[in-house]
Every structure is written in C-alpha cells, then in structure tokens.
Design a protein around this ligand. Structure first.
Ligand code: FES
Length: 103
C-alpha cells in the first residue's frame, strides 16, 4: 500500500517541542490537511491544527511550514511515498502542535 511519511512538530511552549513521525495511507489527490485528519482519526485525536474552509484556500488558517517553506496545508497535495516535515509558523506565537495564534 502506498503511504506518505509525515514528521510533525508536536508540543507547546509549556510542554516543549518534539517531532513525531506518522505513516499515512496515500490517496490520490489528498492534501496534507487530509493526511492530518487521517492521523487525528486513526492515531492521535489530540494533534492540533487550525483550519476552517478545508479546501478553498480562503480562510488562510491552515498555514504551516512544509519542508522549510510556508504554505497552506489544505492546498499542498501529498505525493505518493513522499516524506515531509511539517512545523508551525515561526512568525506567529506558537499555541500547540501546528497551531499558531492569529494576530
Ligand atoms: S483550511 Fe482554509 S485555507 Fe486551508
């Protein structure tokens, strides 16, 4: 079965930062936000991520850093058998996992 591997920053200012790695089944056309939803449903419901529109790229709440570059998790497509690192935005106050405060 095709998968993607995601290295995701977890924690908070209070708990400290660490990275967790997840293998997610690949589905053609899935976004990184879809992959995070799969992790929340099947592995860890506490994984925090901010989102609203989920695909319209309109709310701009799902912004994170993917492989060192800022982007919207709902609009970045996962690639079969890829490996990606996802971190919270460094420019905003960190809340938890992939969520940052919107100023
Ligand atoms: S969830 Fe709205 S832009 Fe990504």
């Amino acid at each position: 079965m095709a998968e993607i591997t995601l290295h995701i920053t977890r924690g908070s200012e209070k708990e400290g930062k660490h990275e967790e790695t997840y293998q997610v089944p690949f589905v053609e056309g899935m976004s990184l936000l879809d992959a995070i939803f799969w992790i929340r449903e099947h592995k860890d419901p506490t994984l925090a991520v901010r989102y609203s529109c989920r695909s319209a790229n309109a709310c701009k709440e799902c912004m994170a850093v993917v492989d060192g570059k800022a982007g919207y998790l709902c609009s970045i497509r996962a690639e079969e058998n890829s490996e990606q690192k996802i971190e919270p935005l460094a420019a905003r106050p960190w809340v938890k996992d992939l969520t940052t405060a919107i100023e």
